[in-house]
Design a protein around this ligand. Structure first.
Ligand code: GTP
Ligand code: SPV
Ligand code: MN
Length: 580
């Protein structure tokens, strides 16, 4: 055991004063013991073991059901380095503010020390974290989401580097909740929440906020992206990475069941939330999925929308804040079955039709990635996969067309940086409000986004043949609020066009926004879609876009002189193309 890790663990124990300390080894026996202890103290409810073997339900505190962006801080020495996109407080003040909350916070509890590896075993791209937590729920989730225990310590022996993350439930009060990042010393402190991205520190805190900071220093990328392999009729697989904001379709796209399967198009899953990407010796962009599991949105996941996810979460899955049927099976809105009578809602109350939602809109499942029927044979390849296309997508009921392609890497970076998105239930706060969410990283970029855009531009220059960049929008609505595009498995039609473009075949017209598919370029055979929908989905809303450029300008102005001039150039060029 390394003295560095031990020293930090001892120091943390002195502050938090747990009754017991337990070092996780990552074994199945350890996982089973964690589950047994949580069943005993009712942190978990056993689900129907014949329909859902080794599946459990956790109900979190009703005040603790989503990431809390307003309580999340990036503590750099200088405020400008955190940028206008982050809440900032100096490292010294941040620690002063939060340290008292950790004092004695683990009294009466067990401290779990969780060494974990982000990325495939044996990969030069993988990195080690150690999370200290007093939540057995977090420990069990980390078992699924990362590679815990001996594998991580083995990697540490070689790399000599680990990212420490101290987590305590505290008293789960939003008034005493802080998710603190100290990127300059690569440290995470999180207190007062047991939920997902607030508490599973390997995920958003390390693999995105701290990792994005490291990635800029070291010349790689840490992105809020799914990774898929698209297999064509010849059997060739082309890899793509796609950034969508939280609760906007990454897991679904990552597990897409192709409606063009009879033509030979199929999607392989590599990751559903985070991509770490590196330039290899040949100048290509390679991606790994640092995670080992899926922490996916339950509502809307159903047998018709995402059968692959449904298959993945049939066993060995922890459900959080879903509803419970009389038969002790998990249930949520959009699962595709009737709940029957005697449904219990996510807060443990009897539910009646017409009432509030039975499952929390941000209820989730935690499931091992290896259980996914479409998991790619390359998903744990230590060298990662070569990325040929990067896709940006978000929820936009109006204005943004179904798909278009950037003219160049630089134009693509501008496209990603200017992306607007309607907010979702994955974070607390209003839902459905349009905000700028560059590269779907607004809540996750551990430094000034002006520098992040500059880093993207720089990465493009270092690649030999950078991936082609695309924008998609599955979420256009008609006047009555219905989705115009069927989405889900039908998104394969858009991926096919993207593949065609990557291979230089796809037909496109040049528009002010970028290259858009010609009327016949997207396969519509067998597609059920309202009359005129395709026209709306591929039309150019010049007026809407001009208004959009005003919003973009407001957003960009916050960065002052730090914004790369290329972004302003692209912004001006878009305006010019729109008014011509
Ligand atoms: P995070 O885990 O929060 O990062 O979310 P995500 O980006 O992985 O989103 P996910 O795939 O879980 O989808 C979130 C919600 O969007 C679910 O309710 C889905 O049913 C819905 N959704 C996903 N894809 C589509 C689509 O193509 N069309 C429509 N209309 N809804 C979709
Ligand atoms: C997201 O909100 O983007 C998620 C869920 O993937 S969480 O782990 O809570 O961040
Ligand atoms: Mn996410």
């Amino acid at each position: 055991m390394s003295s560095d890790i031990e020293r930090w663990v001892d120091e943390s124990a002195r502050v938090t004063t747990p009754d017991r300390m337990y070092w996780c080894d990552g074994s199945q026996r350890e996982y089973d013991a964690l589950i047994a202890s949580m069943l005993a103290d009712k942190t978990l409810i056993e689900l129907n073991q014949s329909t859902h073997p080794h599946c459990y339900l956790h109900r979190s505190d009703p005040n603790d059901v989503a990431r809390t962006e307003q309580l999340t801080f990036v503590c750099t020495q200088r405020k400008e380095d955190a940028g206008p996109n982050n809440n900032w407080i100096s490292p010294a003040e941040g620690k002063e503010k939060v340290r008292p909350l950790f004092a004695g916070s683990m009294k009466g509890r067990t401290m779990y020390v969780i060494p974990y590896l982000m990325g495939p075993v044996g990969s030069p791209y993988s990195k080690v974290g150690v999370e200290i937590t007093d939540s057995p729920y977090v420990a069990a989730n980390m078992h699924i989401m990362s590679r815990v225990g001996t594998v991580a310590l083995e990697h540490y022996k070689a790399s000599k580097e680990f990212i420490p993350g101290l987590h305590s439930l505290g008293d789960i009060s939003p008034n005493r909740r802080f998710i603190m990042h100290f990127p300059e010393e690569r440290l995470i402190w999180s207190i007062g929440s047991g939920y997902g991205g607030n508490a599973l520190l390997g995920k958003k805190c390390f693999a995105l906020r701290i990792a994005s900071f490291m990635a800029r220093q070291q010349g790689w990328m840490a992105e809020h992206m799914l990774i898929i392999g698209l297999q064509d009729p010849s059997g060739k697989v082309t890899y793509m990475a796609a950034a969508f904001p939280s609760a906007s379709g990454k897991t679904n796209l990552a597990m897409l069941v192709s409606t063009l399967a009879d033509q030979g198009y199929k999607v392989w899953t590599i990751g559903d939330d985070i991509a770490w990407m590196f330039i290899d010796r040949e100048g290509r962009l390679r991606a790994i999925n640092p995670e080992a599991g899926f922490f996916g949105v339950a509502p809307g996941t159903g047998f018709s929308t995402n059968p692959i996810a449904m298959e993945t979460i049939r066993k060995n899955t922890i459900y959080t804040n879903v509803a419970l049927t009389a038969n002790h099976e998990p249930w949520w809105e959009g699962i595709g079955t009737e709940p029957g009578s005697g449904l219990i809602d996510w807060q443990g109350r009897t539910w009646g039709p017409g009432g509030a939602k039975a499952a929390h809109p941000n209820s989730r499942f935690t499931a091992p990635a290896r259980q996914c029927p479409t998991i790619s044979p390359s998903w744990e390849d230590p060298h990662g996969v070569v990325i040929s296309a990067i896709i940006f997508g978000s929820r936009r009921s109006v204005t943004v067309p179904l798909v278009y392609q950037a003219f160049s890497w630089q134009h693509g970076v501008f496209m990603g940086s200017s992306m607007g998105a309607e907010t979702t239930a994955a974070a607390t706060g209003a839902v459905g409000v349009v905000r700028r969410d560059p590269m779907a990283m607004l809540p996750f970029c551990g430094y000034n986004m002006a520098d992040y855009f500059a880093h993207w531009l720089e990465m493009g220059k270092r690649m030999k043949d950078p991936p082609k960049i695309f924008r998609v929008n599955w979420f256009r609505k008609d006047a009555s609020g219905k989705f115009l595009w069927p989405g889900y498995g039908e998104n394969i039609r858009v991926l096919k066009w993207i593949l065609d473009r990557v291979e230089g075949r796809g037909k496109a017209v040049e528009t002010p926004l970028g290259y858009m598919p010609t009327a016949d370029a997207i396969e519509t055979d067998g597609l059920k879609i309202p009359a005129g929908a395709m026209e709306t989905l591929t039309a150019l809303d010049g007026h809407g876009w001009l208004n959009g450029t005003v919003e973009m300008e407001k957003f960009y102005r916050q960065f002052g002189d730090r914004l790369p001039k290329e972004i302003w150039e692209e912004h001006a060029a878009l305006r010019k193309r729109l008014v011509e």
